[in-house]
Design a protein around this ligand. Structure first.
Ligand code: 5GP
Length: 176
């Protein structure tokens, strides 16, 4: 599979993604049953994951979106510039951040720091993918879809320079 100038191989098929999402959503629904959680989806990459996840969490909840930038092409810059702000009231809410992938952890750490200023009642993270060997920060991701090796992936919302987000499966870069 070619995305722009790079070759990718099938890595996590859509059936496995959906099976894992069913488990995650069940657990989150149990944990937040009476908490009226506020789900904050981190755009752009998490939009497809969030859409599938949230539709299976059958409890009263609110959903909003936020957008930051940090990644340039295939390298994390570690800098987070907020683009769309938190215009929803986070104060004393049980907040669940929905992320596509935690790589170095710098992005999610900055977002957590920013959000804590608004004093939520609780703050947890659900991420479809994590790369534990790339973590540079001590990040706690409460709900993890799949732990993966430290290689670049695309598909299911994740892009390579804007391309590949619409792929139904997740693909991993072919380094040969
Ligand atoms: P971090 O700050 O944790 O290093 O990077 C987080 C962001 O970088 C993610 O939200 C995602 O947008 C992007 N990212 C990290 N690893 C990958 C990857 O393997 N593939 C893609 N497409 N994006 C990634």
């Amino acid at each position: 599979m070619l995305v722009k100038d790079k070759s990718f191989n099938l890595f996590i098929p859509q059936s496995a993604i959906q099976a894992r999402i069913a488990e995650l959503s069940k657990q989150i629904a149990q944990d937040y049953a009476d908490k009226n959680p506020l789900f904050i989806t981190i755009l752009n990459g998490a939009f497809i994951f969030a859409a599938d996840l949230i539709r299976q969490i059958d409890i009263v909840s609110e959903i909003t979106f936020v957008k930051f930038t940090s990644y340039e092409s295939m390298q994390s810059t570690g800098k987070v510039d907020q683009i769309l702000g938190f215009d929803d009231d986070v104060f004393q809410r049980h907040v669940v951040l929905i992320e596509d992938i935690v790589d170095t952890g710098l992005t999610i750490s900055e977002i957590i720091q920013e959000l804590k200023r608004f004093r939520p009642a609780s703050l947890e993270v659900v991420s479809l993918l994590t790369k534990p060997s790339a973590f540079q920060k001590d990040v706690h991701v409460r709900y993890v879809g799949f732990e993966i090796e430290n290689k670049f992936v695309v598909g299911y919302g994740l892009d390579y320079d804007g391309y590949g987000r619409n792929l139904q499966d997740i693909y991993i870069v072919d380094e040969h």
